[in-house]
Design a protein around this ligand. Structure first.
Ligand SMILES: Nc1ncnc2c1ncn2[C@@H]1O[C@H](COP(=O)(O)OP(=O)(O)OP(=O)(O)O)[C@@H](O)[C@H]1O
Ligand SMILES: [Mg+2]
Length: 225
């Protein structure tokens, strides 16, 4: 899916956080949202994922104005297409690893349902083999991040919104995550990553620097003395 921001402005608490951001994230590519801490990378990522309302401008999904979506169209986008790997991981700590991946469980017994073979495969791929019945609260920070990625893989998401995916990982796991995201893009997914990590940025075909799409401020004539 093609995800675009067109002249997007967001204010939080009356303070402008994003000003006229325009970015185009194409299917089959990884786009890095870059900029210093506090520049608005996470805010832009959340806006593109329809998690945050915008004050001005539009988010377009396959050319359609998603800022005009009602809550059911938004939910449909999240359910059918999007996966989020966010800074707080979006993990339900009290639930099992398996449920966190499949997001399906029987009502009577709180056991994860879904495709068990596929679940096992995905957990193995993410270095979490055999841990499906553990509570997610047992996992370390890096393991939770991989669990959030396992959910995206299991779901076969077509658009990935990923916030600082390599921040808390060691070199081996960092490379694994970069390769995994590149693999998503190679399969035609739209991958959007907020990141500081030079290796992650290098792996992205497109880079969008926050603030670079706003027109330069008009120069004021200097008084001549
Ligand atoms: N819920 C909020 N309430 C108040 N201010 C907020 C909120 N969310 C973001 N901001 C402010 O918006 C600005 C941009 O924040 P954002 O999290 O998008 O930056 P970032 O580029 O992702 O930074 P980092 O690299 O540190 O993750 C910051 O100044 C932040 O304080
Ligand atoms: Mg951030």
């Amino acid at each position: 899916m093609l995800i675009e921001a067109e002249g997007l402005s967001v204010e939080i608490g009356g303070r402008p956080v994003l000003t006229k951001e325009s970015v185009r994230c194409e299917p089959g590519t990884m786009t890095a949202l870059v900029g210093p801490s506090g520049s608005g990378k996470t805010t832009l990522l959340h806006s593109l994922g329809l998690l945050l309302p915008v004050d001005r401008g539009r988010v377009l999904i396959d050319g359609a104005d998603a800022t005009a979506y009602g809550s059911s169209a938004r939910r449909k986008f999240w359910r059918d297409h999007a996966a989020f790997v966010l800074q707080d991981y979006g993990i339900m700590d009290e639930e099992s690893v398996a449920f966190n991946v499949t997001m399906e469980s029987s009502v009577l017994r709180k056991r994860a349902t879904g495709d068990h073979q596929r679940l096992a495969q995905v957990l193995e791929q993410m270095g979490l083999a055999g841990r499906q019945d553990e509570a997610a609260s047992h996992l370390s920070g890096g393991e939770k991040q991989r669990l959030a990625l396992a959910r995206a893989v299991y779901k076969r998401a077509t658009v990935l919104f990923v916030d600082e995916p390599t921040a808390s990982l060691d070199a081996t796991n960092r490379q694994m995550v970069i390769d995994l995201l590149a693999d998503f893009a190679a399969k035609g997914c739209t991958v959007i990553v907020s990141t500081h990590d030079p290796e992650m940025i290098n792996a992205c075909g497109h880079r969008h620097k926050i603030g670079s799409s706003a027109p330069a401020p008009r120069l004021v004539d200097q008084p001549s003395h």
